[in-house]
Structures are given as structure tokens and as C-alpha cells.
Ligand binder design. Structure first.
Ligand code: ZN
Length: 231
């Protein structure tokens, strides 16, 4: 991907960060600085960001390592503001395999959330997710919340989220792959419009996410259409 910088390599897969991810970094750093204006607060913010990085990478490795079981290699993993992208050598042809590969990412977050829930429950009583914000609240409870939201967000039935692939895989078991992609892409673009509209009134960050979702949906649709035309 253009405008990406390499961070390292895990299991032979290059881990990259996209330049737009810096916007998110800046936003978190600024929020922590405004909230605390102390070294401890900034250290806390950096630790939270590193944990966030780790969680996203683990999510993508979930996809990559599941794909590997079906004999598909991963070229690289790139971190974007809305999450990570694992670029597989090819998508599985079998809808059942695509379903497993797509579900493996959110499954990692579900497992991490369950482990955090139990660990917090054992050490300091049942976690409360009600009064958390990005800069305040218990560090581990925030990570629990991050995993729950990542699982939920990624399972939205819209490209380029995993839920879009789950939807296409389920549709493709009953119909032609191109048709299944078109339907899934339309659902994704409908969702992007909804996000954008809600974002205009409540949260500008949502408009930004809507743009990514819209681009991801149309990219997926045109890629599959081109492949079908060539084939
Ligand atoms: Zn994913």
C-alpha cells in the first residue's frame, strides 16, 4: 500500500503502518495531553496506544494464520485508522473458507475480551464499562472495551469490514460470487451513507469512517467484477 512504513515482521509477514494512522496517533496523544498535562498521563497514553497496535495486529494475524491453514499466504498487514488490513495472496475461492478467514479476526477479539473479562473479574470484581472514556478509567477495562468494540464494528455486514466478507460468503453459498459481492457492496454503501449522515450531526470521526467504508465497498465490487470479466 502507498504511504505505508514498515514496523517489523511476524511469522514472515511484514507489518506496516499507513500514514493516515498518524492522525489517530495525534488525536490520542492530544486527548491525553489535554486531559492530564503530566508525564504519567502521556506514558499512560503511549501504553494504551501500543496495546491498541498489538490488539489490531493480533486480529489481522487471526485472518492471516487461518488463511495459511487453507494454503494462502499473506503479503503484508497494514494498520489504518479504522483497523488493520491483511493483504492475502488471493481470496479463498470456497465461500466456506472465506467465512472462516473472515470470522477468525473478530474471534481473536472475542477471545481477548473474554480473557480480560475473567482476569479483571478475578482481581478487582466485575468490570464496569459504563463510565469509561478514551483517557479515563482503568487501563485493562479500556482494553476490554476496545476488544468488544472491535469485534462488534468488524462484524457490521459492510465491506471492507469482516462482516461484509461474512455476508458475501453466506450469499455466495446460494448464488453466483459476483452477484453476492454486488449485494454485499450495496449493503456496505448503504451503511456508509447512514454512518456519514449520523456523523454529520454527532461525530465528525464517523464521517471519516463512512468515507473509508464507501471506498472499500466500491473497490471490492469493481475488483470482483473485473476478475469475472477477465475470467
Ligand atoms: Zn478483520
Amino acid at each position: 500500500m502507498k504511504w505505508s512504513f514498515k514496523l517489523g515482521e511476524i511469522a514472515g509477514i511484514g507489518i506496516y503502518v499507513h500514514a493516515t494512522f498518524l492522525l489517530l496517533l495525534g488525536w490520542v496523544a492530544l486527548s491525553y495531553y489535554i486531559a492530564g498535562q503530566s508525564i504519567a498521563m502521556i506514558v499512560n497514553g503511549v501504553a494504551f496506544l501500543l496495546a491498541l497496535f498489538g490488539i489490531v495486529v493480533l486480529h489481522e494475524l487471526g485472518h492471516a494464520l487461518t488463511a495459511k491453514r487453507f494454503g494462502i499466504q499473506t503479503r503484508d498487514i497494514t494498520l489504518l485508522p479504522i483497523g488493520g488490513v491483511a493483504r492475502l495472496e488471493r481470496m479463498p475461492d470456497d465461500p466456506k473458507q472465506e467465512l472462516w478467514v473472515a470470522l477468525a479476526g473478530p474471534a481473536v477479539n472475542v477471545v481477548l475480551a473474554a480473557v480480560l473479562y475473567i482476569a479483571i473479574g478475578l482481581t478487582s470484581g466485575p468490570p464496569s464499562l459504563s463510565n469509561l472514556s478514551m483517557v479515563s478509567g482503568d487501563f485493562w477495562e479500556k482494553l476490554l472495551w476496545v476488544n468488544v468494540s472491535l469485534a462488534a464494528f468488524n462484524l457490521l455486514p459492510a465491506f471492507p469490514m469482516d462482516g461484509g466478507r461474512v455476508l458475501r460468503a453466506l450469499l455466495a453459498m446460494r448464488m453466483d460470487y459476483v452477484r453476492a459481492t454486488q449485494i454485499a457492496a450495496h449493503v456496505g454503501q448503504g451503511m456508509a451513507l447512514l454512518f456519514g449522515f449520523i456523523g454529520l450531526f454527532y461525530n465528525p470521526f464517523l464521517v471519516f469512517i463512512a468515507l473509508f467504508v464507501w471506498m472499500g465497498a466500491s473497490q471490492e465490487a469493481s475488483m470482483v467484477q473485473m476478475k469475472a470479466a477477465l475470467g
